[in-house]
Structures are given as structure tokens and as C-alpha cells.
Design a protein around this ligand. Structure first.
Ligand SMILES: Nc1ncnc2c1ncn2[C@@H]1O[C@H](COP(=O)(O)OP(=O)(O)OP(=O)(O)O)[C@@H](O)[C@H]1O
Length: 278
């Protein structure tokens, strides 16, 4: 989560709406006519001649929980960077729903379109309580200060309660975020992202550093989000993948090497060769 990006994005979106009146720009209004929430079409990225993504094509259905696996350097983070506007591809297209060409938007605008990204390290306001972190997110304000003094509406309080329950922090709303365990911080940040009601959430190695129990709870959380949100989860922890996987995409050398159910990709000789080992 990047507060500055969210705020700057909201401001820019107002301008973008005026400049491109035909485009669908409001979160919640992503055009799902074609049965895809995200579509990458032959996306290529090179860094100083090194091909990080090589005509990568991928699509994600609304409400889907997609797992992305692959060896180090396969291009998983680069793919996320392209989707969120951090890296511009050399060629290819990236669509959010049927009508939003993400390559036309700045990183800050994309964050406001209903597309949330969770980086590997937790990013919460450590000096604030769990409740205050969520209240800032629910208000859509990411600036600590005056925003915290404004009273919350009944609806906003209900939403915070709902999020506390969802991310399993109902027992400790007053605890300072800095005192939470690593797993709890990750859940809090996920709760803050969910407060923005994203249609698509990109999660980069969400269970890295978690205890087994936290990993299991995270699996339960993701399974409960399925259907309401589309989730793209990049993870190396195969027992976690096994717990949540529906469809798995294996990336290798910037391309899709295999795609299918976990047993299907686990049985694929090419996947065994480059990633899973014999
Ligand atoms: N800004 C950059 N400049 C140069 N090379 C880069 C840059 N970003 C990524 N790369 C290279 O592109 C390749 C793909 O990197 P990427 O981080 O996308 O892989 P990954 O699949 O996420 O790997 P990991 O599982 O280790 O996180 C790597 O070889 C990496 O060194």
C-alpha cells in the first residue's frame, strides 16, 4: 500500500475523467463483459537487453484466485510492476476489464481504479492503533493528522468492525500496529487494502516470514475473499499454494511455461525441470 500514490491518484483521476469522458474510471465500474478482470497481451519488458518478460499473455477472471509460481528471476515481480504502472513495457497491452487500457494511466491513477497491490514487506502506520490504521483506510485518507479527528459515520464504524473480523484482528483494535506480529501486520495491511474495496488484489509473497499458524489463517482469509475480489498471489511456499490453489500459472524466463490445476502443473516435466525439482 502506498498512501501518497492513492491520494495523488484520486486527484489525477478527477482530471482524467474530464479528459477521457468515454472511459470507465470509477472503482466498481470495471467492465467485465468479456469475462476478464485482467488481460495481459504479449507483454515484453527488457532491462539493458535482458528480456524480463517475453510476450507474456495472461488473463484473470472476475473473482478468481490465481496463483503465480516460478523460479527466481522468472519475471513475476516485473509482471506486477507492469500491471500497476511501475514499469512500462516495451510492447504489448494490459487491460483492466474490457475497457481500461492500463498503459494509458499513471501508477497513482491505477492504484485508484480498484486495483490494490500488497508488497512483500508489511506497510502500516506502526505508531497508530489497528483501529486507527483501518479508520484512515476506510475514510480513504492516508494522511495521519486531521483525518483521525473527524468523526466516523456509523457505516464506516461498521465497515471497520467487518474488516477487523475478516482479518482476524477483532481482539486487538487498540493495539499499536508496531506491536503486532509479522503475520498480523500483513493482515492489517490487507484489511487496509480491502477498505478501498479493490476489484483486483495483487499479493507478492504474502506468507513469507509467517509462522505455520499464520500461514494457515492467511489461506483461510484468501479463500474467504475469493469470489468477492479477484486475487493474484505470487508465492514460493508450495504448501500454501496447495492450500489455496485453483488455477496455477508457472512463469519461466518471462513467459507462461504451464497453466492448470496444481496437480497438472506439478506433473508437467518442464515445470519439474525448471522449478519443482525431481
Ligand atoms: N530494474 C531492473 N533492472 C535490471 N534488471 C531487472 C530489473 N528488475 C528486474 N530485473 C531482472 O529481471 C529478471 C526478472 O526479475 P523479477 O524480479 O521480475 O523476477 P521474479 O520472478 O519476481 O523473481 P523472484 O522470485 O526472485 O522474486 C531478473 O533477472 C532481474 O534481475
Amino acid at each position: 500500500m502506498n498512501p501518497e500514490l492513492l491520494e495523488a491518484g484520486a486527484a489525477r483521476l478527477a482530471g482524467a475523467r474530464a479528459a477521457r469522458p468515454g472511459a470507465v474510471l470509477s472503482p466498481g465500474a470495471v467492465d467485465l463483459r468479456h469475462g476478464r478482470i485482467l488481460y495481459l497481451d504479449e507483454v515484453s519488458v527488457s532491462f539493458d537487453g535482458f528480456q524480463a518478460l517475453d510476450r507474456l499473455s495472461l488473463d484473470i477472471a472476475p473473482g478468481e484466485l490465481r496463483c503465480i509460481i516460478g523460479p527466481n528471476g522468472a519475471g513475476k515481480t516485473t509482471m506486477m510492476d507492469v500491471i500497476t504502472g511501475k514499469t512500462r513495457p516495451d510492447s504489448g497491452q494490459v487491460w483492466f476489464g474490457a475497457t481500461l487500457d492500463l498503459l494509458q494511466y499513471q501508477e497513482s491513477e491505477i492504484a485508484s481504479l480498484g486495483l490494490g497491490r500488497k508488497f512483500q514487506k508489511p506497510s502500516v502506520f506502526e505508531a497508530l492503533s489497528v483501529w486507527d490504521n483501518l479508520s484512515l483506510a476506510v475514510r480513504g485518507s492516508r494522511r495521519v493528522g486531521a483525518a483521525l479527528w473527524r468523526p466516523l459515520s456509523g457505516e464506516q464504524r461498521d465497515r471497520i468492525d467487518e474488516l477487523l473480523q475478516l482479518v482476524r484482528l477483532r481482539d486487538c483494535p487498540e493495539r499499536l500496529a508496531g506491536l503486532l506480529s509479522h503475520g498480523q501486520k500483513q493482515w492489517l495491511e490487507i484489511g487496509m487494502l480491502l477498505a478501498q474495496d479493490p476489484q483486483l488484489l495483487l499479493l507478492d509473497e504474502p506468507v513469507a516470514g509467517m509462522t505455520d499458524q499464520e500461514t494457515e489463517r492467511t489461506a483461510e482469509l484468501f479463500l474467504s475473499l475469493r469470489g468477492r475480489h479477484s486475487l493474484v498471489v505470487v508465492e514460493h511456499d508450495m504448501s500454501f499454494i496447495a492450500r489455496i490453489a485453483e488455477k496455477v500459472t508457472v512463469l519461466c524466463e518471462g513467459r507462461v511455461l504451464a497453466e492448470g490445476t496444481l496437480p497438472q502443473v506439478q506433473a508437467d516435466e518442464r515445470v519439474i525441470e525448471v522449478y519443482l525439482g525431481r
